[in-house]
Every structure is written in C-alpha cells, then in structure tokens.
Design a protein around this ligand. Structure first.
Ligand code: NAP
Length: 244
C-alpha cells in the first residue's frame, strides 16, 4: 500500500483525490487549510495547518506518507515551500500540480504588478470603480484608497477584524460565465479589475469580459514557488503516481 498526501485548496486537488483513491494499492489523504466552511470532509481528508515545517514533518512520519502531491493554489506559496523542505528532509518524492498562468492576449489592458502589496499603489492613477477579486484575506491593503469604490467578490464573509475598503461585498463562488461577468462590470460601472493570475477556466470569464469592454486589469503575478518537478493537469499526476 502506497500512502499519498495531497495538499489541496483547488478543484484540481479534489478531482485528483477522487481519481487517485481509485488506483489499486493507494491510500489518499487530502489536506486542506480550512479557508472555507464548506470544505469537503471525509475520512480521507484533514483540515487545518500542520504547525509549520516541524509539524508537517511530524505528520508525514506519523502517517507514514510515501508521496506528497502539492496541489495547492498558486498563491498559497508558504505551504508549498514547507512541503518542499519537509519532503527533502525526509527524502520523500514530491510533485507539484500547478495550473498554467493566464497569458496576455491582444485586446487585454493589463497592468502587471509583482505582488498584492503593490496593487493598491497603482490604482489612484487608474481607477474610480474597481472590481476586486482577490478573495477575502488581503482586502485591508486597499482600505486606504478613499477616493475609489470597490466591488469585492469572495466566497465567504471576511473575518470581523479585517478593515474593509469602501464599497460592496458580493459572496459568490465560481465558475463564472462570460455574459454574467460582463453584465456585472457594466451594472457597477467598473473601470478596473484587480485579479490574481490564478489561471484556470473557473474565474477567467472576468478577464475576457474586461477585454471585451476595454476595461483595465491590474494583474497580480504569482509568488515564487519552490523548485521541483511539476505538472499542469490531474492525469499527469496519476501517471507520476503509477511510477511508484
Ligand atoms: P499559505 O500562505 O501557503 O499557507 C499559510 C498556512 O496555512 C500554512 O503555513 C499552513 O499552516 C496552512 N495551510 C495552507 N494550505 C494548507 C493545506 N493544504 N493543508 C494544511 N495546511 C495548509 O496559504 P493561505 O494562507 O491559505 O493563502 C495564501 C494565498 O493563497 C491567499 O492569497 C489566498 O487567497 C490564496 N488561496 C489559498 C487557498 C487555500 O486553500 N489555502 C485557496 C485559494 C486561494 P501551517 O504552517 O500551520 O502548516
């Protein structure tokens, strides 16, 4: 029996966990940070941090994990670095599943920034009404922009201690389609979208809608991920697992 830890937080991780569990002689553990209350729970999953690198190493040893698949969100870089260090120190094979980035195409009006912290400083010269689609954890960075109105979309309410920018909160989970994204941008007279370069199809419609309406996009580049073997789709992970 081969025991696999899948670090999750993406749709791909859920799909992978289901498919990998159907392979012969494989036992799967799906680990989630617990960022949403509707997180999938089953006997094959666990929720919450490990307690840093030391906690992760302890977990890997206690559970006798043989392989680690890092299928976390491309912006969840800390857990990816922890996984890399822990895997190396125990000599465990590790594979990253990372969906490709969105690429600039003709018609896009992107202003690329290196991280979330540098996004707010670009806005005063560009925007009056912003569609902020960065989730709920990092909203405070935009709260000092008093002359800008924000439409903020996220899956669940932000924590009560988060200082929010001026505007409206919208609670919705993707996938989103083109027509409704276009309608939203028009209805709220949005002039600028702020997005992480998450990649994937579930949240790409807002980028297409912005392109079609000639709206600017402040695109936040991905954080640096650890070195190591990586694939871009679930089937390639299954092939990799079969090697063992
Ligand atoms: P992070 O900065 O990489 O991780 C912070 C801590 O959360 C880790 O050190 C770890 O705690 C715990 N953690 C993260 N993923 C875990 C997993 N799969 N299983 C167990 N523990 C996990 O990630 P983040 O704070 O969740 O988010 C960073 C960025 O990623 C944000 O911009 C967020 O919007 C985006 N994002 C994250 C997720 C997600 O599910 N995490 C999903 C979508 C987007 P310990 O050190 O205690 O082990």
């Amino acid at each position: 029996m081969l025991k696999i830890l899948i670090l999750g937080g993406t749709q791909e991780a859920v799909e992978l966990a289901k498919k990998a569990a159907n392979l012969p002689n494989i036992e799967v553990k799906l680990s989630l940070a617990g960022r949403t209350s509707q997180a999938v729970t089953s006997k094959d999953s666990r929720i919450g941090g490990f307690g840093g690198i030391a906690g992760l190493i302890e977990y890997l040893q206690a559970e006798r994990i043989d392989l680690i698949i890092d299928a976390t969100h491309p912006f969840a870089a800390k857990i990816s670095h922890h996984a890399a260090t822990a895997a190396e120190s125990l000599g465990l094979p590790r594979l990253m599943l990372i969906r490709p980035e969105w690429e600039l195409v003709p018609g896009d009006k992107w202003i690329e920034v290196v991280n979330i912290e540098s996004a707010p400083e670009t806005l005063p010269d560009l925007a009056k009404r912003v569609f902020l689609t960065i989730g709920r954890q990092e909203l405070t960075a935009f709260s000092q922009l008093e002359n800008i109105w924000f439409l903020m979309r996220m899956i669940e309410k932000p924590a009560s201690d988060i200082v929010l920018p001026k505007g409206l909160l919208l609670f919705k989970q993707g996938p989103f389609d083109n027509d409704s994204e276009k309608q939203l941008l028009e209805e709220y007279k949005i002039d600028t979208v702020v997005s992480k370069n998450s990649g994937g199809s579930a949240t790409y419609a807002k980028i297409i809608a912005a392109r079609e309406l000639g709206i600017k996009v402040v695109m936040i580049k991905r954080p640096m991920l650890p070195q190591g073997e990586l694939v871009e789709d679930v089937d390639s992970v299954l092939q990799w697992i079969k090697r063992f």
